[in-house]
Design a protein. Structure first.
Length: 279
């Protein structure tokens, strides 16, 4: 690493330390604003994924939810995939619009611009963490009642490794969010394009179905190269299957997440100074 690069890196680290309290404040503000003026407030972080699980289980349970060696308990299987996917889509969408929502402040006060997409992503991660309480309750309910094969659910020490795919997903979402936040300043249409892509991604990731139910090899290959598939499966290994995480999936998810973050940081740093002229 060259001397100039080291100086730039040290400067970025010092600036992050200087404004870390602001990042926390912005994150807390985003969490509060999300459920402002709602009766249940932050409890919607608990009820929203629960209601989504119920609706999707009723609609798709008869088609994909038959008890088998592939899917132990369909509602819990569905819930785990939906939970991680929702965090990815909501965090990237809010990061993408973070500059437009805060343009009045950006034009008046100097703050490192990455604080805005980062605070959007972190606030969604807080909501995601709260939703995990709902996952625990759902798991216990189906285990005790035995509904939909819930009696076959098992838990062991591997559940404590679930933080690994969660962190990888956070890293990956941060990289994607940084890239989208810059692109959307220059091209507003990317918001609508990304919304459509997220809907397509929902069906291209094994959330409603198991990968082995896909017969076409080229479709399975496309699904496997999607980093979200690896992270969701790693999470399911820990909390649903009670297995050690797959080494291949872990390596692939780690490399893609870190690479995406690095690309996102480099791209953001290159374009961040011009953002204010396009707001």
């Amino acid at each position: 690493m060259s001397t100039d690069s080291k100086k730039e890196l040290n400067h970025d680290v010092e600036m992050f330390k200087k404004y870390k309290n602001l990042l926390r404040e912005l994150t807390e503000k985003n969490v509060k604003l999300k459920y402002r003026n709602s009766w249940l407030g932050i409890l919607w972080s608990f009820f929203q994924p629960l209601l989504n699980m119920i609706v999707l289980s009723v609609v798709f349970g008869g088609l994909f939810g038959k008890k088998s060696d592939l899917i132990i308990c369909y509602p819990v299987y569905l819930f785990t995939g939906r939970l991680l996917f929702s965090f990815f889509t909501s965090s990237t969408k809010q990061a993408m619009t973070s500059f437009r929502r805060n343009q009045a402040i950006i034009k008046k006060v100097y703050v490192p611009k990455y604080m805005y997409p980062l605070s959007s992503i972190f606030s969604n991660f807080v909501t995601f963490a709260i939703s995990l309480i709902c996952l625990v309750c759902v798991w216990i309910f189906f285990k005790l009642t035995g509904i939909s094969g819930g009696a076959d659910l098992e838990i062991n020490g591997y559940v404590f490794l679930c933080w690994v795919p969660m962190v990888l997903l956070l890293i990956f979402s941060t990289g994607v969010g940084l890239i989208l936040s810059v692109i959307s300043v220059y091209f507003r249409d990317v918001e609508y394009i990304w919304d459509v892509l997220c809907q397509l991604l929902f069906y291209m990731v094994p959330i409603l179905y198991h990968l082995n139910t896909i017969n076409r090899d080229w479709v399975r290959f496309i699904i496997k190269i999607n980093p979200l598939y690896s992270m969701i499966e790693l999470f399911r290994h820990c909390v649903l299957y009670g297995q050690m995480m797959s080494g291949k999936l872990l390596l692939y998810a780690s490399v893609v997440s870190v690479a995406t973050l690095i690309i996102g940081i480099l791209f953001f740093n290159k374009k961040s100074d011009d953002i204010i002229f396009h707001l």
